[in-house]
Design a protein around this ligand. Sequence first.
Ligand code: BDR
Ligand code: CA
Length: 303
Amino acid sequence: MKLIIDTDPGIDDAMAIAYAHASPDIDLLGLTTVFGNTHVAQSSRNARYLLDLLGADLPVATGAALPYGSDTYQPSAYVHGDEGFGHFTDVPQIGSDHPLPAAEYLVEMARVHRGELSVCAIGPLTNIADAIRMDPGFLSNLAQLVIMGGAVFCPGNITKHAEANIYHDAQAAAEVLSSEGNMVLVGLDVTLQTLYRACDFEDLAQASKATGGFLQDISRFYLEFYQNVAGEDGCGLHDSTAVIACTHPHLFQMVETAVKVDVAGEALGATRAVDTGVKVRVCRDIDGQAVVDLFTGQVASLP
Ligand code: BDR
Ligand code: CA
């Protein structure tokens, strides 16, 4: 499967990118970056560092720095660390970005690989909304758009109503989720059923010294956050779960429904199943252990 990941790396983003690189089912064509867990320039810097570590010579196209309608934004440093990679800072600057901005790159790649390209969006949806604004045929050129975002049948994580990726640009999310296309929403409803514990990172690091060791290092901060804030003995494989949904949809139970995003007010970023509107497939249940095992099995095969 040809895949582009739209990402804000980000600790669980790094895990998802490593998984996609390792997976024999995925032909990873490139990354596009967005603000979110960190500022967009840092997202790109982290993406290029990670690709270099993985030995993957792939383009990184930089995208949106701010959400729609706002000139401010605060990165989620308390979840992902000051530079997005936990306690690991001063991330080396490696290589340079693709000449096209993210949305243009996405539009172009969707045209070139018409009907064959999957896009997995694991950050705020600003680049995807930009691509749809730029080319109304963008989504119909894709094989599928799989989104890590939302909390349709469960509480949010950044507020009691909203999941972080949707909350960070609710307007963009509303535009994307009301556009016609083959879309799958992989939200907290399922990603919180993929708990990855310190002992899982330890096993991963034993099997894969460079990649697994790096993921273990950066995850310490993330695990501390989950322990201190959510009282959880592990973190959710949010972004990896969305990548796995691209190639292994049979591990998920999905329902077809329209999804409305609150774009203002106390429930900003809430994702509600509603009766009218464009239907998307929302993941409602998951074989969480199978997803965890698949993730470990593939990433453990890396150096
Ligand atoms: C999502 O928000 C970010 O913090 C994670 O990288 C993931 O994409 C989970 O709500
Ligand atoms: Ca992310």
